[in-house]
Design a protein around this ligand. Structure first.
Ligand code: ZN
Length: 283
């Protein structure tokens, strides 16, 4: 849940941008993310100190982690999260797993400078991730979209222009999602199955449209706020301090200079692997 401080900061941001809070209601009641807020890399204004949100461990007793050396493992079925067509479901904030399983998600690309480096790091460690792509970036770099998919990662929808969907009329929300799914399908040959709202700012229209377009919503539980470039060591320690079995980790490869994120990935991924964590891209 957002803290009061975070909510007030957002209101301040909206005021600075000359927008009215009333328009947030245009997209129905906002659905809060359980993780801390993701903002676009170029978001202006003051923001509260970063915190990461640990994933609550399910109550049932944990099962032992597999000892297999391979980092990539079959995706969990996530049957409980799989909604029938057009049924609105809540975002997936963490994996239904007691094992040391993590979903790494990379947002705001593709980016011609940073995405190829991220891909090479993931390849080096045999890690499969989910890339939430911004449609206009995907349209500008369809070869990168294909490369992401060809390397076994999931290509997912993160809107066309990365707007605050709560501020948009319903038809525009649909356009943001639909255009992006179309361009991703054109590049990879299949439609995306996951959608993430920019900033993790969910609202009813976004969730309904996501469902109508055959996608499921995914949030996150670990946000190192790498987009704000707090320094490589901060990103690294925030991830390592917050990851739990079932965590969904948010990182960025687009929207600005992501060299700190890349350096942090090089630092924290080997530590998590050494600690027995395996990585998956939810189906
Ligand atoms: Zn984003």
């Amino acid at each position: 849940m957002l803290s009061h401080h975070q909510i007030m900061s957002r209101r301040l941001l909206l005021s600075v941008a000359g927008l009215t809070l009333l328009s947030a209601e245009a997209c129905g009641a906002p659905v809060p993310n359980t993780g801390s807020a993701e903002h676009h890399a170029d978001s202006p204004g003051p923001l509260p100190p970063t915190s990461t949100s640990p994933t609550p461990t399910p109550a049932k007793s944990p099962s032992p982690s597999p000892a297999a050396p391979a980092v990539n493992v079959p995706s969990p079925a996530l049957s409980s999260a799989a909604a029938p067509s057009h049924r609105i479901s809540d975002p997936l904030f963490s994996l239904p797993s007691d094992d040391k399983l993590v979903a790494l998600t990379i947002d705001d690309g593709p980016d011609p400078t940073h995405t190829p480096i991220v891909l090479s790091i993931l390849k080096q460690h045999g890690i499969r991730a989910t890339f939430f792509l911004v449609g206009e970036n995907a349209a500008a770099h369809p070869g990168l979209v294909r490369e992401i998919a060809q390397q076994g990662h999931h290509v997912a929808n993160h809107t066309w222009t990365h707007p605050d969907l709560r501020q948009l009329p319903d038809a525009q929300v649909r356009d943001e999602l639909e255009r992006t799914s179309d361009v991703l399908q054109k590049a990879t040959g299949k439609p995306p199955t996951w959608f993430r709202s920019p900033g993790g700012d969910w609202c009813k229209v976004a969730l309904r449209t996501c469902s109508e377009l055959g996608m499921r919503p995914m949030g996150w539980s670990v946000d190192p706020r790498d987009w704000s470039r707090p320094g490589t060591s901060k990103i690294t320690t925030r991830v390592l301090g917050a990851v739990r079995p079932g965590s969904i980790v948010l990182n960025h490869d687009g929207g600005g200079d992501r060299s700190q994120t890349i350096a942090a990935m090089r630092a924290y991924l080997p530590v998590l692997i050494e600690d027995g964590y395996q990585f998956t891209a939810p189906r």
